[in-house]
Design a protein around this ligand. Structure first.
Ligand SMILES: NCc1[nH]cc(CCC(=O)O)c1CC(=O)O
Length: 309
């Protein structure tokens, strides 16, 4: 199948988004030789509001809504997203047509003064992060550290670290790699120290559901293994109705036809957490995720969700 016009690829405009969209575009073209493409930059709420944590702004789809509007308005044919930023429920008429092979899902540790990890930080050191998930896991092990808000795209956050707004920060390793800036990481945190966000490191492509010509162009670059892992992680998130206000971490690993899913739910101050591990057939990924999410929900109890309001 082919298109009689260029494929219009929608993306956010941050350096990381542009880098990853370029990589996705190259993969689409490699799978469909001769295809013409056009990159269309769309600004989202997350790009415009930089002075407040996203968890405070609330609402859904802060990274994705304007890209979805561009799909509905037929201004773009596809939207490239970090799957970490994609809501578990999509608007009617749109779907994730393709999830690409996952990059490293772990978080990287960056510091201004040469610290290689949390162990090198003195009591009272300031960790810059607006991620409730990262903050909770830092405080869980190091309640003596101080969390300070740090917003903006990855480049902005690195600049703020250099400017002394904090002593250390955490960024997704995959994002740094896409920017070609992996070497700014002082270390990479093990998943036992910092469990990643649901879908961290995976890119997805959203399309209009009925747009079969476009969907056919994407089929060759989809990764079944990553799709299965994300079915489990997003199944867990959906069960907990995870919003930006809920600190949740989850990672699925697949070996052969078996899947192992680890999930963690925290109080934002790290004072309590609940964990779950589930193993099962990879073909049951979504159900395993829902089951694990339900267990976390039961374990944390009703008061947990009231706590967050
Ligand atoms: N919240 C923004 C965001 N969305 C996805 C990534 C990282 C790239 C990825 O997970 O694919 C980032 C930056 C970060 O968390 O450091």
């Amino acid at each position: 199948m082919s298109l009689s016009r260029p494929l219009r690829i929608g993306t956010r405009g941050s350096p990381m988004a542009l880098a990853q969209t370029g990589m996705v575009r190259d993969k689409i073209v490699a799978a469909n030789p001769g295809l013409e493409t056009e990159i269309v930059v769309v600004s989202t709420v997350a790009d415009r509001i930089l002075d407040r944590p996203l968890s405070e702004i609330g609402g859904k789809g802060l990274f994705t809504k304007e890209l979805e509007q561009a799909l509905f308005a037929d201004e773009v044919d596809v939207a490239v997203h970090s799957m970490k930023d994609v809501e578990t429920w999509l608007p009617d008429g749109l779907a994730i047509a393709c999830i690409l092979e996952r990059d490293d899902p772990r978080d990287a540790f960056l510091s201004a003064n040469g610290a290689d990890g949390f162990a090198d930080l003195k009591a009272g050191s300031r960790i810059g992060t607006s991620s409730l998930r990262r903050a909770a896991q830092v405080l869980m092990r190091r309640p003596d550290l101080k969390i300070v808000p740090l917003r903006g795209n990855a480049n902005t956050r690195m600049r703020k670290l250099e400017a002394g707004e904090c002593d250390a920060t955490l960024l997704a390793l995959a994002g740094l790699q896409r920017l070609g800036m992996e070497d700014v990481a002082r270390s990479v945190l093990g998943v036992d120290e910092m469990l990643p966000a649901v879908a961290q490191g995976a890119l997805g492509i959203e399309t209009r559901i009925g747009d079969d010509a476009v969907r056919a162009l994407l089929a060759p670059i989809a990764c079944a293994r990553t799709t299965t892992a994300l079915d489990a992680e997003r199944g867990l998130l959906a069960e907990l109705d995870g919003s930006c206000r809920t600190p949740i971490a989850a990672l699925a690993r697949i070996e052969g036809d078996r899947l192992t899913l680890d999930g963690l739910l925290f109080l934002p101050d790290g004072s309590r957490h609940w964990g779950v591990t589930r193993e099962g057939a990879a073909s049951d990924a979504a159900a395993i995720g829902q089951d694990a999410g339900a267990e976390l929900k039961r374990a944390a109890g009703d008061t947990y969700f009231k706590h967050l309001q």
